[in-house]
Design a protein around this ligand. Structure first.
Ligand code: GLU
Length: 298
């Protein structure tokens, strides 16, 4: 079977316990399938990127024995591909420029008497779908309903996750017309990730469960761009001893690099793999053998 997998960290800081689990799982999955494993640095959200974090992540991966096949890619060097994809969608009439500021979007909800806890979670009310009404264009949004209708995609998009099983989302109702190019001129994660996965021939995406909610949007974009959909698997999140959620902000996820085997064993535990006490090489070998029958996949 042809297999190309990838790990796609954002260089916003060093790898942490959560991202190490995703990196290890995607590496093991590629090795267990005799496939290739690529690393792509997702550095398009420049205000969030930390200088030198990309090299730091590559060094950390190497220290854990997670060797990539081929040179890493940097999204910041691939923006012409995102430009082409947007152009394709403009030609199809499936995107529109949006002139709304965050305040204006919020205003629509407030005027309807609805409070919103977090604006980033607000579904775009569609104000600019039929024209800018004289406002200057700020961002580009996908017209979700237009794509669904043109391509006869059922209202509820369904897909299969190798660990989590059957999944579904009504993108129009639950997410709305999402941004592909931001008001600050930066490319949105959703567009870049879809274009790059296809351009790099990625067949299998293995990543953390925190990204699970993006999958339906990405499948929809793949359909709109006429691109193949990879097979998805979302790995468990790192939890504290008593099941509480750990966070990067409180430092709970920082990695201990003094004993890389012990640190890898912790990541393997999240993936329900047995600990290995001899060496990192033995550990990676044993887990690769065990991976396809491991409890993480059933
Ligand atoms: N760059 C994203 C992150 O670090 C991951 C993207 C992906 O795996 O699809 O959260």
């Amino acid at each position: 079977m042809r297999y190309i997998g990838r790990f796609a960290p954002s260089p916003t800081g060093p790898l942490h316990a959560g991202s190490l689990v995703a990196a290890l799982a995607s590496w093991l999955d590629a090795r267990a399938h005799n496939g290739q494993w690529l690393v792509r640095i997702e550095d398009i959200d420049t205000p969030r990127c930390v200088k030198g974090a990309d090299q730091g992540i590559l060094e950390q991966l190497a220290a854990f024995g997670l060797v990539t096949d081929g040179e890493p890619a940097w999204q910041s060097q691939r923006t012409h591909l995102y430009e082409n994809a947007l152009f394709h969608l403009i030609n199809k009439g499936w995107v529109y420029p949006c002139g709304c500021s965050r305040k204006e979007i919020e205003g629509v909800y407030v005027s309807q008497g609805q409070g919103i806890a977090r604006l980033s979670a607000a579904i775009y009310p569609g104000t600019c779908r039929d024209g800018l009404n004289g406002k200057p264009a700020r961002a580009w949004r996908l017209n979700v309903q237009a794509v669904m209708e043109a391509l006869h995609i059922p209202q509820t998009l369904q897909w299969h996750d190798r660990r989590m099983g059957h999944q579904q989302q009504d993108v129009a109702r639950e997410v709305g017309d999402f941004v592909l190019k931001r008001a600050d001129g930066l490319w949105a994660y959703q567009l870049a990730v879809v274009v790059d996965d296809a351009d790099q021939g990625i067949t299998h995406v293995v990543r953390g469960e925190d990204l699970h909610d993006n999958t339906a949007r990405q499948i929809l974009l793949q359909k709109a761009l006429g691109l193949p959909a990879p097979i998805y698997m979302h790995t468990p999140l790192v939890m504290g001893e008593n099941g509480e959620k750990l966070s990067k902000q409180n430092g709970a996820l920082a990695l201990d690099l003094r004993d890389t085997l012990a640190t890898l064993n912790k990541a393997a535990k999240v993936l329900r793999l047995n600990p290995c006490e001899t060496s990192m090489e033995d550990a990676l070998y044993e887990w690769t053998q065990a991976w396809l029958t491991s409890k993480s996949l059933v």
